[in-house]
Design a protein around this ligand. Sequence first.
Ligand code: NI
Length: 261
Amino acid sequence: MIIDSHAHYDDKQFDMDRKKVLEKVREKGVVRIVNPSGNIASAEKCLKLADEYDFLYTAVGIHPHDAMEFSDDALKKLREMSRHKKVVAVGEIGLDYHYDFSPREIQRTCFASQIRLAIELKLPLIIHDREAHKDVLDIIKAEKADSVGGVFHCFTGSAEMAREVLDLGFYIALGGAVTFKNARKPVEVARYVPSDRLLIETDSPYMAPVPYRGKRNDSSYLIEIIKKIAEIRNETPEQIAEATSINADRLFGLRLLEGEI
Ligand code: NI
């Protein structure tokens, strides 16, 4: 039993064979998937997917790349969409100073407003933090986001940064990067995070783990990430799968929801 805490099956890279891929993933033992959105159009697509696949859950939010799309109207739409039963978080939201696809000031406003929405809705956050660690933490603290908590997805920071994130009560999700040859920081973090605060993810269709690096990723490759983390932590893959599934269920309330659907 494994849970992929972060994948993007609404991505157009799956348009040709989405159903086939999701069936394969399910057969490989992936019991639940959280599929966050990146903008309003993507959120609409994600809600439809969540209706179609019982093991797929979603989150609504505007990614920093699309922060220019943010407006009062967009916020209203996100609020409306969040009423869907399978919306388990607000995300993915945050700051991306690596690509800087949107002006930083707008990214910050978009991020802070969506934290306020999450607090209003009592939903956890799925956070994207790329080369913006200080500003992400400053905004989280200023907005008191620790009251809802959440996860730093695809964590690429150091163990020291991980400590700050853990101190605020957030979870840390590791993905394909931990399997890369030159991985140093993710390996350090994989060793450091306590087992009750660790999540795993693929970020499909991106970030495929070794030996699939460079190919289209899907949740069945999660097993490679699990094996690598198990090796680093000197635990069994079963232990990693179990602990991370319990954590994802706890953070997003997935199992409770599954019982209701
Ligand atoms: Ni993502």
